[in-house]
Ligand binder design. Structure first.
Ligand SMILES: [Zn+2]
Length: 269
């Protein structure tokens, strides 16, 4: 009996959880199975920001967005800064310009000094990052930024450019970086991976500046794993899961300018 009761409780909990609307602030849906979007929506993940990283994935991202649950971000990941020709960079920039009205962010862009070939590589990554931040500011779009082993340089360039709509994804910074990000009004997204430094970073930044993400398929995750990111944030903030989920989903929609008005057709007179 006890075992059945326990099972029912956890089933109910699961059911209740699925009623809570979640948002995945950063994923790569082009790299997931085609059923992944339906599975995510069924699990309550009703908003997903799907990021491209190169020409092929940017084009695929434009194919799979639906403007209802899936919203596109287009960018060039720093891993491609060295190998991509200038013509191909220009092609991706024109793709972003042409699709300005549907894309929600320029991402994934940034700096990755864990994957870089010497000074030349650093220069190429930095130049590409600067170009794409300029483009985002010109088009009045946010940036979704990847930073690995490069937090001081990323923060320096964003400050120099006076970028305001900044999303630091898979946040790798420490508590001081989080405080500085919060001070500048940036938002930071947290993956479903717990670490001590991430917990102190979450504690150091207001909940209004946080979002949950999966970066799926990284670490074999899928968008519904965003519930784990929400749990990590809720625990660090001492909040109920449901309250944290509501605020984080609102933050994500607000940051990416996603209107929910179309779901409220019957609300007016
Ligand atoms: Zn990513």
């Amino acid at each position: 009996m006890a075992a059945i009761a326990k099972q029912l409780t956890s089933e109910n909990k699961q059911k209740y959880k699925t009623l809570i609307e979640l948002a995945d602030a950063h994923c790569h849906l082009y790299a997931l199975q085609s059923g992944a979007i339906g599975d995510a929506v069924a699990a309550g993940v009703t908003t997903m920001i799907s990021n491209g990283v190169d020409t092929k994935s940017n084009l695929k991202t434009l194919e799979i967005y639906d403007g209802r649950h899936v919203f596109p971000a287009l960018g060039i990941h720093p891993d491609y800064a060295e190998s991509m020709s200038n013509d191909e960079v220009e092609y991706n920039i024109s793709l972003i310009r042409e699709n300005r009205s549907i894309i929600k962010s320029i991402g994934e862009i940034g700096l990755d000094f864990a994957h870089v070939n010497g000074v030349k590589g650093v220069e190429k990554q930095t130049a590409l990052f600067r170009t794409l931040v300029d483009l985002a500011m010109e088009l009045n779009l946010p940036v979704s930024v990847h930073s690995r082993n490069a937090m001081p340089q990323v923060m320096h360039i964003l400050k120099e450019k006076e970028a305001e709509a900044v999303h630091l994804h898979f946040f790798e910074g420490n508590a001081n970086d989080a405080i500085e990000a919060g001070r500048r009004g940036y938002v930071v997204s947290i993956p479903p991976l717990k670490s001590n430094s991430r917990i102190s970073a979450i504690k150091a930044i207001p909940i209004e500046n946080l979002m949950a993400e999966t970066d799926s398929p990284t670490a074999n995750s899928v968008p519904s794993d965003v519930s784990k990111s929400v749990s990590i944030i809720a625990e660090a903030k001492g909040m109920q899961y449901e309250d944290a989920a509501r605020v984080l989903t609102e933050n994500t929609k607000r940051f990416f300018n996603i209107s929910t008005a179309k779901f409220m057709r019957n609300a007016g007179p």
